[in-house]
Design a binder for this molecule. Structure first.
Ligand code: PEP
Length: 255
């Protein structure tokens, strides 16, 4: 295993700060292990208390978004510096819900990726196609544009810190999962693209996560694929029991 699995929970707009701390307490069995990188991404309002609840734990803290600017008149926004101040190590960028509901462009997402890296935050860059695009045989052209534009200016030196999440939009929150073979096909194509962009050595370091209705039942088969290096999990990350089972699947494959 050349790449350590990352199992990241995207809580989206769920769980208040108190509920978030409760969920973190439920993950205490995983606080000391080092074989799998576990990340939790609460809403902004839960980050401070989640960070305190994670003190002394190996579980990492991530945010779900950030702005490109350091500070200023950007009502409602949060900067990379503010996230670092709360000990965030990761930030999800370009999630399809941000692209769809908040019209985030590849160019804007790319700026965020670069600002995140400059501030020692590991970006989890999300890419993925709609059902219409898949049915129109456009999956790879859509993914290629999102990956190339999302990573513009990123270099081989960043390979250990950049994470990509392939999240087919038709599989997010729908209960429909890409089959392990379907997911592997796209992950392998992303790896090939990364070789072109960053070179082989660097491309082999980049973790490519799968996201889209990953759960306790399907995680092991997805994670067993050669180019699937972890998961970005929404619904199943909201309960310690189901999230824990996904971490267990990654731990079993890490041995
Ligand atoms: C997500 O939103 O990143 C996600 C993968 O959600 P779900 O697991 O609920 O499909």
């Amino acid at each position: 295993m050349i790449r350590k699995y990352i199992i990241a929970g995207n809580w989206k707009m769920n769980l208040n700060a108190t509920e978030g701390v409760e969920l973190i307490k439920g993950l205490s069995n995983y606080a000391k292990q080092t074989d799998v990188t576990v990340v939790v991404c609460p809403p902004f309002t839960g980050l401070d208390r989640a960070g305190k609840a994670l003190e002394g734990s190996n579980i990492q803290l991530g945010a779900q978004n950030m702005h490109t600017e350091k500070s200023g008149a950007y009502t409602g926004e949060i900067s990379a510096e503010m996230l670092r101040h709360l000990f965030c190590g990761y930030v999800i960028l370009g999630h399809s819900e941000r692209r769809t509901y908040f019209a985030e462009s590849d160019e804007f997402i790319n700026k965020k990726v670069k600002v995140a890296l400059a501030n020692s935050l590991k970006p989890i860059l999300c890419v993925g196609e709609t059902l219409q695009e898949r049915e129109g045989n456009k999956t790879m052209s859509v993914i290629e544009k999102q990956v190339r534009e999302g990573l513009t200016g990123v270099t081989a030196a960043d390979a250990n810190d950049v994470v990509i999440a392939y999240e087919p939009i038709w599989a997010i929150g729908t209960g429909k999962t890409a089959t392990p073979e379907m997911a592997q096909e796209v992950h392998a194509a992303i790896r090939k693209l990364l070789i072109d962009i960053l070179g082989t050595e660097a491309a082999n370091k980049v973790r490519i996560l799968y996201g889209g209705s990953m759960n306790a039942a399907n995680a092991a088969d997805l994670l067993a694929q050669k180019d699937i290096d972890g998961g970005l999990i929404g619904g199943a990350a909201l309960k310690a029991d189901t999230f824990g089972k996904i971490i267990d699947a990654a731990l079993a494959l890490s041995k």
